[in-house]
Design a protein around this ligand. Structure first.
Ligand SMILES: [Mg+2]
Length: 441
């Protein structure tokens, strides 16, 4: 049995301010007899529990007319967290205060359409925080974990992949070995540097380049990537699934197609984000050239960006960052579209996402049929203290508890001890060519 969140004992039918009760026509409804549940306050909680250069986190807390009943949602935007927080505190609160906390879809549509121009990532992240918090509240009010609200478990746990990175093949091999020993069956592999130091120093001759900027030799990357896959396959055989993200060493689209084709002998589980979003139509050419599975969408914010790729069967894994697309309400629909077209999910899930966001990912992963794989992160002790109820990991699987709603809380006082530093800017550096030109990423 799940713990039922105690309702306000003062709630008696007909005693609420507007003299209404929920579902009066159905006395057996779990909320029958309770006053309507309204949103009384929406606010952001920002914190940066990981040291620089890790991103800052934005959580949305939604309070309701039932004393003690609140929800949490993830609104984390890696690059502009304070802009999201301002959107929550200055706009969302005013729009939804007094609205029904039970009407998740209605509130979502109201906020989504309230800016006239839709699908900005800042607004979407704020909306995601609100949306996830409303799902959390509904689960708490009904006394069931979110995965039950979403249809119930399709699997006993969430299979995840870990990140292995090394400066050379040997260091990478050691890290893959460690993850295999921990029980992971899926591992993302990458080298942290490409190109000799002398070339890496060259681009700083461009006086406008920041010392924080990076250089990765595109030719070195194209030559080395198949060798890296070959090496890891030779060492570990076929007993591990290998993934790779191309976003960190963005190369020209046609070069990306060429190098992905050369990975076929090594059977990648998927190649992630092979093109920047401006070049996404190149995926049509890629699809004609190879059957290597493609994960795409970490930077998508608008349905038009993923709709064509899913319905055209151009991709194999939906890679969206759930806050960027507006939260669980949007992600459920994208996942359902994917199911119809044989496309699985691989929601974005690094340290950019708050533990609340990881919990939301996991509940959705448990309940949707076309789940593929989940990116995982290792929570820090500080995060586990700030967010009681963090998902746990075992043998490569992620687990959530069976408490009502998302099953995760926040210690706001403790979070306040990790404020976002004034000089914390994540993503202010550029990936450049050797001559100093900024590359698309
Ligand atoms: Mg990525």
């Amino acid at each position: 049995m799940h713990d039922r969140v105690p309702v306000n004992p003062d709630h008696t039918p007909g005693s609420s301010a507007n003299n209404q009760v929920n579902d009066a026509a159905n006395p057996n409804h779990p909320t029958a007899g309770l006053p309507p549940l309204t949103i009384t306050n929406v606010k952001s909680i920002c914190c940066a529990p990981r040291r620089s250069p890790y991103p800052s986190l934005v959580i949305v807390k939604v309070e309701t007319s039932e004393p003690g009943l609140y929800g949490l949602g993830c609104a984390s935007h890696t690059f502009r967290p304070l802009a999201v927080a301002a959107s929550v505190d200055h706009y969302l609160n005013a729009i939804v205060q007094g609205r029904s906390a039970d009407s998740i879809e209605d509130v979502w549509q109201l906020v989504y359409r309230s800016t006239n121009t839709r699908n900005g990532p800042i607004i979407n992240c704020a909306l995601s925080g609100l949306d996830q918090a409303l799902w959390d509240i509904k689960g708490k009010r009904l006394g069931v974990p979110l995965y039950d609200l979403l249809g119930g478990k399709c699997r006993f746990a969430v299979d995840t992949y870990a990140h292995a990175s090394g400066r050379d093949f040997k260091e990478l091999e050691d890290r893959v070995q460690r993850y295999i020993e921990e029980g992971y069956r899926h591992i993302r592999i990458e080298l942290s540097t490409y190109g000799p130091e002398v070339e890496q120093a060259d681009f700083h001759r461009a006086e406008f380049a920041s010392p924080e900027d990076r250089y990765k030799d595109p030719v070195e990357y194209v030559v080395t990537l198949p060798r890296m896959f070959e090496h890891i396959r030779q060492v570990f055989g076929e007993k591990v699934q290998l993934l790779h993200d191309m976003i960190y060493t963005r190369i020209h689209p046609i070069d990306a197609i060429n190098v992905i084709k050369r990975l076929e002998p090594y059977r990648p589980f998927f190649i992630e984000d092979p093109f920047c979003i401006e070049d996404r139509q190149y995926v049509h050419l890629l699809r004609q050239q190879t059957s290597i599975p493609i994960a795409y969408g970490e930077k998508f914010v608008n349905p038009s960006e993923y709709y064509d790729l899913i319905t055209g069967r151009m991709i194999d894994f939906i890679r969206c960052h759930i806050p960027y697309i507006g939260g669980l309400t949007a992600a459920r629909k994208v996942a359902a579209l994917g199911e119809l077209f044989g496309v699985r999910t691989a929601w974005h899930g690094p340290a950019d996402l708050s533990p609340v966001g990881h919990a939301a990912n996991a509940h959705l992963d448990l309940a949707i049929w076309n789940f593929g794989i989940q990116e995982r992160v290792r929570f820090t002790p500080e995060e586990e203290d700030i967010f009681p109820g963090c998902p746990t990991f075992d043998n490569g699987y992620m687990h959530v508890n069976d408490k009502p709603g998302l099953g995760i809380d926040i210690d706001a006082d403790l979070a306040a001890r990790f404020p976002i530093p004034e000089d914390r800017i994540f993503g202010g550096r550029a990936l450049r060519y050797r001559d100093g030109t900024i590359r698309r990423a």
